[in-house]
Design a protein around this ligand. Structure first.
Ligand code: GLU
Length: 478
C-alpha cells in the first residue's frame, strides 16, 4: 500500500492516477498550502540543494552499517531484551523539512535516555538556566551514567546522566499535579516532533519501575544531599522519570525532534516555536560533552556533534542549522550506545564536513552538501579570476593565505594563471607558479583540449629569477 506523508502528496498522486495530467486550477489548489517549500524546491533554495546526491551517500553509509552485528539489545528488562537485533532505521529531517528514511523508521521504541536532553530543554525553557543550574551541574562526570556520585557542590554532574535527569524530572512543571506534568511532557514532545508519533509504553514503564534499585538508591542519596527542590516528592519524581523514559517515538518522529533542535527550537515541519533558542543552545552544548555515556569524549572528538543515545537503541544526532537525524537499532556496544548508530555517525562525519571543527573552506576530501558551499565556490572563482585579470597581486596573496584553491577554473576551464598571462601580469604569473603548489603550469582550458590547434595562442614567458625558468602557458584568447 502506498504511503503518503502529506495531503499534498496524496492529492498529487490521486490527480495523476485519475487524469495523468492536471489542470492549472487543480495544480494551484494542490500547491497553495505548500507554496514555500515548493518554490524553494524549484529554485534550489533548500539548505541541501542537491538532496539526491546527499542521500546517495547516506544510502551507502546505511548499507555499511547493516553488516555490523556487534553487541546485543539491553538485557535489564525483558521488553528491551526481546527486541529484534536486526532492526535498523535511519531518518533524516532538514531544518527546511526535507525528509529521508531508510530501514525500520516506523516502528515505535522507547526514548529511554534520549528523553534526558528533551526534558532538560523543556525545563530550561520554563525556568531559565540560572534556576535549573542551581540544581544540576554542567560537567561531564567521568563516571558511569548511573553512578552514585555528585559533583563538588553536591549536585548531579549534568542533566544527561541518571542523577541529573531525575533532578530535572523533579523540576519539570513542578507546580502542577503529576498527571498534568505527564500530559505537559507528552504534549511538548509531540510539538517537538511536529505532531508525529509520540506514545507511552506502559509495560516498559512497569518493568523500569520494578528494576529500579539503582535509581531509587540515587534518589535517596540525592535527597540526603538536598539535591531536590523542597516540595519534591521522591517516589513521585522517580516514577515520573521512569514514565518519561518509557515514552516512545519512531525514527521518523525522532528525526523531526532532532531537526527542531537543529533549527533553534522551531519545528521545521509545522513552524511551531517550541523552545527558546537559548534553551536549545544550552542543551546542545551538554549533549556535545555528555550525551554518549562514557564514550562522550571519544564521540565529541571523532564526530564533533551533539548527540544523545538511549538503551533502547536510539541515537538522536543534531547538525545545528542543517538537520536532525535519528537512528535506531537495538544492539548496544560496551558503553551502552547503539553499535550501528555510532558507526553511522562516525561514517557520516568521515564523508561530510559536519564535524564542529571541520574547516568549511579547506576540508577538501569531504563533501559539503550545504547550498552555501556551492554558492561560495562560485563566488571564489569569480573573485579569484577577477583579481588575476586586474593584476591585483595583493588579493591573490590573500586568497592563497585563506587556503583557496588557486587552480579554480571557470566554465571554460580558464584559471587565474590563464588570465594573468593573457593580461601580461607577470608578478601574478610568477606568484602562482612559484608560491602556489596547487597551480599546474600545464593546465589547459576546455577549448585548448578540444580544439588543440584552433584558436589557441601560445605564450612563452621568460621569467627572471634564481632559476631563470621558462614556463609555457597555454591559454584561450579571452
Ligand atoms: N531507564 C533507564 C535508567 O534510568 C535509562 C537508561 C538509559 O537509556 O540510559 O536506568
Amino acid at each position: 500500500m502506498q504511503k503518503f506523508r502529506t495531503v499534498l502528496e496524496r492529492q498529487l498522486h490521486d490527480e495523476h492516477e485519475l487524469h495523468g495530467m492536471m489542470d492549472k486550477e487543480t495544480f494551484l489548489d494542490c500547491v497553495s498550502d505548500n507554496i514555500v517549500i515548493i518554490s524553494k524546491a524549484l529554485t534550489s533554495q533548500f539548505v541541501i540543494p542537491e538532496f539526491r546526491t546527499f542521500t546517495d551517500i547516506i544510502d551507502k553509509i546505511f548499507e555499511k552499517c547493516v553488516d555490523n552485528e556487534e553487541g546485543k539489545p539491553a538485557q535489564y528488562i525483558p521488553q528491551l531484551a526481546r527486541r529484534n537485533p536486526k532492526h535498523w532505521g535511519v531518518s533524516i529531517c532538514t531544518v527546511d523539512g526535507q525528509r529521508y528514511d531508510l530501514g525500520e523508521t516506523n516502528i515505535p521504541f522507547c526514548l529511554e535516555s534520549v528523553v534526558k536532553p528533551l526534558i532538560y530543554a523543556l525545563t530550561l525553557n520554563d525556568l531559565s538556566p540560572d534556576v535549573v543550574h542551581r540544581f544540576v551541574g554542567q560537567e561531564p562526570s567521568g563516571r558511569s551514567f548511573n553512578e552514585l556520585t555528585l559533583d563538588y557542590q553536591n549536585k548531579p554532574h549534568n542533566p544527561m546522566i541518571n542523577a541529573g535527569a531525575i533532578v530535572i524530572s523533579s523540576l519539570l512543571k513542578k507546580g502542577l499535579v503529576i498527571a498534568d506534568r505527564f500530559d505537559y511532557a507528552m504534549d511538548e514532545l509531540k510539538r517537538l516532533s511536529g505532531q508525529e508519533h509520540v506514545t507511552f509504553n506502559n509495560s516498559v514503564y512497569l518493568s523500569e519501575r520494578a528494576t529500579a534499585d539503582r535509581n531509587f538508591a540515587l534518589g535517596y542519596y540525592m535527597r540526603e544531599n538536598k539535591c531536590f527542590p523542597p516540595e519534591a516528592d521522591l517516589v513521585e519524581t522517580l516514577e515520573f522519570y521512569f514514565q518519561l523514559c518509557s515514552i516512545e517515538v519512531t525514527a521518523q518522529s525522532g528525526a523531526v525532534i532532532a531537526a527542531t533542535l537543529a533549527n533553534g527550537g522551531i519545528c521545521p515541519t509545522t513552524g511551531d516555536k517550541v523552545l527558546d533558542s537559548e534553551a536549545v543552545r544550552n542543551t546542545l552544548s551538554l549533549m556535545h560533552s555528555c550525551g554518549m555515556y562514557d564514550y562522550s569524549g571519544h564521540f565529541a572528538f571523532k564526530v564533533g556533534l551533539p548527540a544523545k543515545s538511549g538503551v533502547a537503541g536510539g541515537v538522536l544526532l543534531v547538525i545545528p542549522n542543517l538537520m536532525g537525524i535519528f537512528t535506531w537499532s537495538p544492539p548496544l556496544d560496551q558503553w551502552g550506545n547503539s553499535s550501528r548508530g555510532v558507526q553511522f555517525c562516525e561514517e557520516l562525519v568521515a564523508n561530510f564536513n559536519f564535524h564542529n571543527y571541520d574547516n568549511l573552506r579547506h576540508t577538501s576530501k569531504k563533501y559539503d552538501p550545504r547550498g552555501r558551499a556551492v554558492e561560495s565556490k562560485a563566488q571564489d572563482v569569480v573573485n579569484l579570476l577577477f583579481s588575476a585579470f586586474n593584476g591585483d597581486v595583493t588579493a591573490m596573496r590573500r586568497y592563497a593565505l585563506l587556503g583557496m584553491d588557486m587552480s579554480l577554473a571557470d566554465y571554460d576551464g580558464r584559471t587565474a594563471l590563464h588570465l594573468a598571462a593573457a593580461e601580461g601580469h607577470e608578478s601574478i604569473v610568477r606568484f602562482l607558479l612559484e608560491k602556489c603548489n596547487d597551480v599546474n603550469p600545464h593546465q589547459k582550458d576546455t577549448y585548448c583540449a578540444t580544439y588543440k590547434n584552433h584558436g589557441t595562442s601560445q605564450l612563452t614567458m621568460m621569467l627572471s629569477g634564481s632559476n631563470m625558468m621558462m614556463w609555457q602557458i597555454f591559454f584561450w584568447n579571452i
